[in-house]
Ligand binder design. Structure first.
Ligand code: 2AM
Length: 163
């Protein structure tokens, strides 16, 4: 059975990427590790994993039914997560959680975060405040992850306030 590895995400524009990277750099927290390539930065809403065509079709149908206003995510801290040893920028979960649960009703836990680096050696503290960075997301996307290749957007749906 052919599958592809998929996830739903909020995808930043260039200014959003730049602002997040600059604020993270200025916070001087948890340096080192392997930086996530700039073009791959995103906030995962729901990870589908290896997905067959029928399951993907159902996920797309659900996505197309979403009626949700734009999501103003504000990243205000950096955290080092000891299990996966990743450096992440975090935002309050409540802002994006309803959208994530609308797209994937089965998700159990949701942490609004952008992974900035992997294999990061442990810092002295596990969290540092950061100059807040806002992403205003007026769409959500379906992304394919292929080993050794940049993520590619394979679907997108608008977020808008209804008149
Ligand atoms: P991460 O950023 O926290 O590492 C593509 O791999 C995206 O899906 C990444 O953003 C990754 O989250 C997330 N992801 C990968 N495997 C996952 C899993 N088993 N459960 C939840 N999210 C996962």
């Amino acid at each position: 059975m052919t599958t592809r590895r998929l996830f739903f995400a909020l995808w930043p524009d260039e200014a959003g990427r730049d602002a997040l990277l600059a604020a993270a750099r200025d916070a001087r927290f948890a340096p080192g590790g392997r930086a996530v390539p700039r073009h791959n930065l995103h906030l995962t809403l729901c990870f589908l994993g290896d997905t067959d065509a029928a399951t993907e079709a159902r996920a797309r149908e659900r996505a197309a039914l979403i009626r949700h206003p734009p999501v103003p995510v504000t990243f205000d801290a950096l955290e080092w997560w000891s299990g996966p040893r990743v450096l992440v920028a975090v935002a309050p979960d409540e802002v994006a959680a309803p959208l994530a649960r609308g797209i994937c009703p089965h998700i159990k836990s949701f942490r609004a975060h952008v992974t900035l680096a992997r294999e990061v050696p442990g810092p002295a503290r596990e969290r540092a405040e950061m100059t807040p960075v806002a992403w205003s997301c007026d769409r959500f996307v379906l992304v394919e992850s292929r080993r050794g290749a940049p993520y590619s957007i394979v679907g997108e749906w608008p977020l808008y306030t209804r008149e």
